[in-house]
Design a protein around this ligand. Sequence first.
Ligand SMILES: [Cu+2]
Length: 125
Amino acid sequence: MQKTWISASPPGVNSHAAYLEIHNQTGNAVSLLRVTSPRVARIEVHLSEVRDGVAGMRRQDAVAIPAGATVEFAPRGYHLMLFDAAPPLRIGESVPFSFEFSDGSVLNVQAVVERRDDPHAAHPQ
Ligand SMILES: [Cu+2]
């Protein structure tokens, strides 16, 4: 099962969570600063967390990735929030993303929209 994927949303909901793994193969710490896609108007990095027994999420300005480390974006942890895709994303569709890092490098990734068990699938906007 591929690790880069976008969670399908119920009809009429134009926001999605997206997941992947980022491996820092360099000898230096880097930070993920920005994610863009030509198909999605607005993308935020969120971290799910439970505070005082209440599940929520917080927007992250950057995600630090130590040298040689892997950061996993997965349900109940880090995820991308995709807002206002145009046209709306369809199951099976492959969506291109660009990840911009603090060292100036850019990672281009394709993610497929899939229907999987995801507590975040109906993420409110
Ligand atoms: Cu979120």
